[in-house]
Design a protein around this ligand. Structure first.
Ligand SMILES: *[C@@H]1O[C@H](CO)[C@@H](O)[C@H](O)[C@H]1NC(C)=O
Ligand SMILES: *[C@@H]1O[C@H](CO)[C@@H](O)[C@H](O)[C@H]1NC(C)=O
Ligand SMILES: *[C@@H]1O[C@H](CO)[C@@H](O)[C@H](O)[C@H]1NC(C)=O
Ligand SMILES: *[C@@H]1O[C@H](CO)[C@@H](O)[C@H](O)[C@H]1NC(C)=O
Length: 358
């Protein structure tokens, strides 16, 4: 089954002991990480590449100490006008003549290099999305501003797709030997409102094949929110099950070059396709009742599902560079017994790691 799901991995000699030890891979509906197949808890730290080296190391060491094995960090940062963006962190300028990497150590790709290096040092793994559906930090809009088109034509626009693939190629080639990479993610929350679901399906198929051709040893995932269409037979016909965002969770499960699917309530669909499912983002915006509400969800995932992992949105640390970036969902690092961090991160991560795998 592993080989039929991972045709490219098998063809490339996947399965050598060295590779298995080094990179995380799919094992049934779970993941093998550092040689051990296990359930795990993780988190989101999208802003990690916006910090200096010392702060990156502090955050990553706290993740490691908490046993949050995997974190999601934005692998993109696009601007259209580098003069206007001077001084802020961005990785790429996109304009009518193409995409240009910002190689600066302090404000360019040096930041993502430091994140990867720190993750290697502390043994934490990263999911790196290559683009945002939303405008924050350089979304689809930065491609359409440079190359024309709009949020839905982006997926089929030759110029935008060529530039997007150039960026993917740059990132994948830069970090493909790193054991700190858990998976490449095509986009944060791709949507194509009003499009046939074949648009996202075709784009996700060909882009994931492209990534596997560059790097056959790391996993690839879509990054979608798990929208269903009515014919999938799940849900109650409400918006999330209507297909209006152009994403068909069940159909996309069939893409062989996508290794796992991140979403909250899709355990059954994942089981039918024999693929692991991760709840990649969940959170609660008010502090006073966050612990109780999120803990009940965590207990549900732990006791009543076979989701391979859950990753809360979002981890925070008290230094100013982090406090200034995070939103009302943030759970601040705090080792005091009974704090929300203790319950939702420290205790939960331990409980998940102890969950029996069969
Ligand atoms: C695009 O940005 C690059 C990098 O700053 C610059 O060299 C190039 O001249 C720009 N092209 C246009 C058309 O502005
Ligand atoms: C985006 O562009 C496509 C192709 O030109 C067009 O059919 C579609 O209506 C546009 N969508 C929006 C939201 O403007
Ligand atoms: C959580 O707290 C907020 C703010 O105090 C309140 O508006 C909301 O109703 C509470 N939700 C639950 C499920 O307790
Ligand atoms: C840590 O959590 C405790 C218990 O909830 C709380 O009293 C304390 O203020 C928190 N410390 C910080 C630095 O947030």
């Amino acid at each position: 089954m592993l080989c039929s799901l991972f045709a490219l991995l098998c063809a490339a000699g996947f399965g050598t002991a060295a590779l298995k030890r080094q990179h995380a891979y799919v094992d049934g509906r779970l993941f093998s990480i550092d040689g051990k197949t296990q359930y795990f808890a993780g988190t989101n730290t999208w802003w990690l590449g916006r910090l200096n080296d010392a702060d990156i190391n502090t955050v990553v060491s706290h993740l490691a100490e908490t046993k949050l094995l995997v974190t999601r960090v934005w692998g993109f940062g696009n601007v259209n006008d580098d003069a206007a963006a001077a001084g802020s962190v961005y990785y790429q300028v996109l304009n009518s003549t193409g995409g240009y990497i910002n190689y600066d150590y302090d404000t360019g790709i040096g930041r993502l290099d430091s994140v990867v290096k720190s993750a290697e040092k502390y043994g934490v793994k990263l999911i790196l999305p290559m683009l945002n559906n939303w405008n924050d930090l350089g979304g689809i809009n930065t491609y359409t501003t440079a190359f024309g088109g709009n949020a839905t034509s982006f997926y089929t626009d030759a110029k935008s797709q060529a530039a997007y693939r150039n960026y993917i190629k740059f990132i994948v080639n830069r970090y493909k030997h790193s054991p700190a990479i858990f998976a490449w993610e095509l986009m944060n929350e791709p949507r194509c409102r009003g499009c046939p679901t074949s648009t996202i399906y075709d784009w996700a198929s060909s882009t994931s094949q492209f990534i596997k051709s560059l790097d056959s040893s790391h996993m690839v995932t879509l990054g979608d929110e798990g929208w269903f269409v009515p014919s999938d037979g799940y849900g109650d016909g409400s918006y999330a099950y209507s297909g209006l965002e152009g994403v068909d969770f069940v159909k996309n499960l069939g893409i062989v070059t996508l290794d796992f699917v991140p979403d909250a309530q899709h355990d059954a669909a994942g089981a039918a396709a024999n693929k692991p499912v991760i709840a990649e983002e969940y959170g609660w915006p008010t502090h006073n009742n966050r612990t109780a509400i999120e803990a009940s969800w965590q207990q549900y995932v732990l006791k009543s599902t076979h989701l391979a992992a859950d990753m809360f949105w979002q981890f925070a640390d008290s230094m100013p560079a982090v406090s200034n970036e995070v939103d009302e969902y943030a759970v601040f690092y705090n080792t005091t017994k009974g704090s929300d961090y203790d319950v939702l991160a420290i205790q939960h991560a331990r409980a998940v790691l102890e969950k029996r795998t069969r």
